[in-house]
Design a protein around this ligand. Structure first.
Ligand code: FA5
Length: 335
């Protein structure tokens, strides 16, 4: 009996390893812990066992069932948080040619750097509610800050998220405090397009909630992050900013690497590129996430991933990144 139960766990572990989509995990789940699974069959035999055997095997069988369930649920959580590789097999890939998109490469570099600092990757929906995108972030309906992020409202009452910050309150609700997360993802804005503005681009949210967090922690994480991505020190400046969901708020700009800070169309002749705004999480946002601001505080930042890719690979016009022009993207053959 013990041998068979151990084998069930080993086999489940092996099958889970090959699951890259939620649907695959759910199939495996029904095979291993569903009504018709072997463990359910074994459990059904318990009632006919002698009282000796019941004593001997009862808790072993029950515990194995719980372990199998935990293995599946943990795997589902890891899949949702991005710790397991996922792919969409409805898309055909030509694996003999092509290369990773520059934004994909930069997202991996940034998340790798943050993982080393103890951050977990989580994700959130691209189609979100006004509540998570605005209200929970201390931006009520008539607040002028909504104009800074004009969005696409959908017929179903939802919207295309304007930033990854909507995941802040979702993550606090789900995981509570302390918390150290990063959220790479696509965002959308009703923007006038130019060399540095797209209507569809990528951001990466970072958030740390703990006791006695200070702005120094935030600056330290930013410095380490940029050092890892650029493999050298990059000139940055910090200036005051405004976001209803952080107080105080700031903007971290990076010296324009396209023109070396001299001024060009990409940086609108200022010599600087707005890269990573952030600040200390507003108490109202902590409350919206169910966290007591008297006990915990924290910082958050919203890195412009697409802009970071432009700086790192010296791409002077953001629009080529969404153009789908393979001739252009082939310039970034990075393994
Ligand atoms: C925000 O979106 C805030 N959610 C950031 C934040 C997070 C603040 C957490 C405080 C705490 P902002 O609108 O400035 O802020 O956008 C953040 C970054 O996204 C910008 O610095 C820029 O790098 C990038 N970005 C903004 N708009 C565009 C655009 N149209 N095209 C490309 N990149 C953009």
């Amino acid at each position: 009996m013990e041998q068979e139960l151990n084998l069930l766990k080993e086999n489940l572990a092996m099958e889970l390893k090959n699951c890259h989509k939620e649907a695959d995990v759910l199939n495996v789940k029904s095979k291993y812990v569903g009504k018709k699974s072997r463990i359910s069959e074994i459990m059904a035999t318990l009632k006919d066992m002698s009282s000796d055997d019941k004593r001997k095997y009862g808790s072993l069988i029950n515990n194995t069932k719980k372990e199998l369930e935990t293995m599946v649920n943990d795997y589902l959580d890891n899949l949702a948080s991005g710790s397991v590789a996922t792919f969409d097999d409805t898309i055909m890939y030509d694996v003999t040619s092509g290369s990773l998109h520059p934004v994909t490469i930069i997202a991996k570099e940034v998340t790798d750097a943050l993982k080393k600092m103890g951050f977990t990757i989580v994700s959130g929906p691209e189609m979100d509610s006004e509540f998570y995108n605005f209200e929970a972030l201390n931006i009520p309906k008539d607040h002028p800050a909504r104009d800074m992020q004009d969005t696409y409202y959908l017929d179903n009452g939802k919207l295309l998220r304007t930033h990854t910050s909507g995941v802040q309150v979702r993550a606090m609700e789900k995981y509570g405090a302390p918390l150290r997360i990063c959220v790479p993802g696509r965002v959308f804005r009703n923007e006038d397009l130019d060399a540095s503005h797209e209507n569809t681009f990528f951001q990466l949210e970072g958030m740390v909630i703990d006791k006695n967090i200070s702005i120094e922690n935030l600056v330290g994480v930013m410095q380490e992050l940029l050092r890892e991505v650029f493999k050298s020190d990059v000139k940055v400046r910090l200036r005051p900013g405004f976001f209803p969901f952080t107080e105080p708020s700031y903007e971290l700009d990076c010296s324009c690497l396209i023109c070396g800070g001299k001024g060009c169309p990409t940086c609108k002749n200022s010599g600087w590129i707005e890269l990573i705004p952030g600040g200390m999480v507003h108490p109202n946002v902590l409350r919206a996430g169910g966290i007591d601001p008297e006990i915990y505080n924290g910082f958050a930042f919203g890195l412009g991933l697409t802009r970071l890719a432009m700086m790192k690979y010296k791409i002077n016009d953001i629009r080529v990144l969404n153009s789908g022009d393979i001739r252009y993207l082939e310039n970034f053959k990075i393994d």
